[in-house]
Ligand binder design. Structure first.
Ligand code: IMP
Ligand code: MG
Length: 181
């Protein structure tokens, strides 16, 4: 695929930020919260956060949910579909909801409402990346890794058309014009 990949945050910077977020969040977490990651984008973030929380003495239970937002290209439509539901009973539990990127806000708003509907007693939200300039619905995450401008990013679990999830760093991904390689 013809793209220019430019590192925004190195693997070391990302892992240091994840460790710092875990340290920030630990005092607000119960001893055994449910950490719920949104697939597939937050898979890598969730895996690292789970272990970073362990280093802070937290003993989280892991859950996942896969949501899809329908829209053309990279524009969110606001219509969210549940592709794969979570499996743990959330009733009365503290849930730490993780996603890779907070963009229009549609995905996180939908997910928080769904967790409430399932009876979660207390919900905290954390995103690795926040693009506040692209918000369509009002939503603020409780914890943010990095605030970034309106740039399309890949790596660390985040994809462009399913590519580049394997990159250890977070990178900007700019499509090159046709005929340029
Ligand atoms: P929202 O519903 O518009 O807030 O979108 C959040 C979801 O859109 C994230 O979970 C990502 O999966 C996806 N997304 C938003 N921005 C990007 C990007 O720059 N690269 C890849 N995926 C993105
Ligand atoms: Mg996503």
């Amino acid at each position: 695929m013809n793209h220019q990949i430019t590192t925004l945050f190195t693997e070391t910077q990302v892992l240091e930020r994840v460790a710092a977020l875990a340290a920030e969040m630990a005092p607000r977490l119960e001893p055994e919260p449910i950490v719920l990651g949104l697939l597939k984008g937050a898979l890598v973030f969730t895996a690292d956060m789970l272990r970073a929380l362990s280093r802070q003495g937290v003993k989280p239970l892991l859950d996942c949910m896969a949501l899809a937002s329908y829209g053309k290209g990279t524009i969110s439509s606001g219509s969210i579909q549940v592709r794969m539901d979570n499996t743990l009973d959330l009733a009365g539990r503290q849930v730490l909801l993780l996603d890779d990127i907070l963009d229009s806000g549609n995905t996180m708003s939908f997910a928080v409402q769904r967790l409430r509907d399932k009876g979660a007693a207390h919900i905290l939200t954390c995103v690795l990346l926040d693009k506040p300039s692209r918000r369509q619905v009002s939503f603020a995450a409780d914890f943010v890794g990095f605030t970034i401008p309106d740039t399309f990013v890949v790596g660390y679990g985040i994809d462009y058309a399913e590519h580049h999830r394997e990159l250890p760093q977070v990178a900007a991904c700019v499509p090159l014009g046709k005929g340029i390689s």
